[in-house]
Design a protein around this ligand. Sequence first.
Ligand code: IPM
Ligand code: MG
Length: 358
Amino acid sequence: MEFNIALVPGDGIGPEIVGSAVKVMETVADKFGHKFNFTTYLAGGCAIDKYGEPLPQVTVDGCLASDSVLLGAVGGPKWDHLSGNMRPEKALLGLRKVLGLYTNLRPAALQPALAEACVLRPDISEKGFDLMIVRELTGGIYFGERGRNKAGDAAFDTEAYSVLEIERVARAAFEIARKRKKHLTSVDKANVLETSRLWRETVHRIGQTEYPDVTLDDMYVDNAAMQIIRAPSFFDVIVTSNMFGDILSDEASQVTGSIGLLASASLGETTRGMYEPIHGSAPDIAGKDLANPIATILSAAMMLRYSFDLPEEADCIERAVSDVLSAGWRTADIKSPDDENYLSGSQMTEKILEYLGR
Ligand code: IPM
Ligand code: MG
């Protein structure tokens, strides 16, 4: 099969890790007889430098015309002084919105081989965990009305959700739960926020009418933040709003051992998705060949699984990564303190390619 993939490497370590994922995808394409055509577009700080704006139209058009998008990361100190619509992050938010990607999947599982890198107490980590955060991605306070008063001494951002917005992400989450352990936890702040009360009502209605086979429970976001550390094995699938999902997914990633391992998929009504590691552009290590490429490589695997319906190929990448980790290979972010033989980003990529060929 043939697919057109838009690459948006972005800033900082983005180009290095996207380059690694491309090598992996090319190897898989050869192995299984597919053809992936890659076209690179600028977004974020590098686009501000070249075009004077974070998300140029040529990037939007290229992504819309593609079968899927692989994104590295955007942003860095060079562009931190810019305000509002001119910030690199605007590129990310803009792409999510124009591509209609309202469902963001952020899996966080404890790799058995990395149990020692897990920050949780051993009696908690030995139970293992495998949770999938489903984050609403194109609504809520990220996209609500915002502003300042005339004097500039007060500001506001608005959390707003419609029933339609809640229903569609709830359905996506129930569908995923159905393919997993059939347990969905809806996270909100319904004791305070009206949007959360609408959220809760709507998720329950969808559950009762369309997914009675999935166990649904609710949790306040402050409690969820605590339970992810205290009893992560309780969770199967979490569905939550844009802002709560942003925060809980960073927390969930850290309890797995490294943010450098976690992939994400952003999906909408079509098969075209956007895939990206959940970590940022890490400007402090950019260009030093230190970045762990695994999160981006696993994001590419998610693209094969969710957008291209190539589960065998996706399994093959995921297996190669977990075999490399089981064999003891590490990058700087996941090595133990006394390990001097850890791999650079490009060496880790080569290692994964080697295991893919086995
Ligand atoms: C993420 C990031 C983004 C977000 C930022 C960079 C705008 O933190 O993808 O989680 O908040 O969505
Ligand atoms: Mg975030």
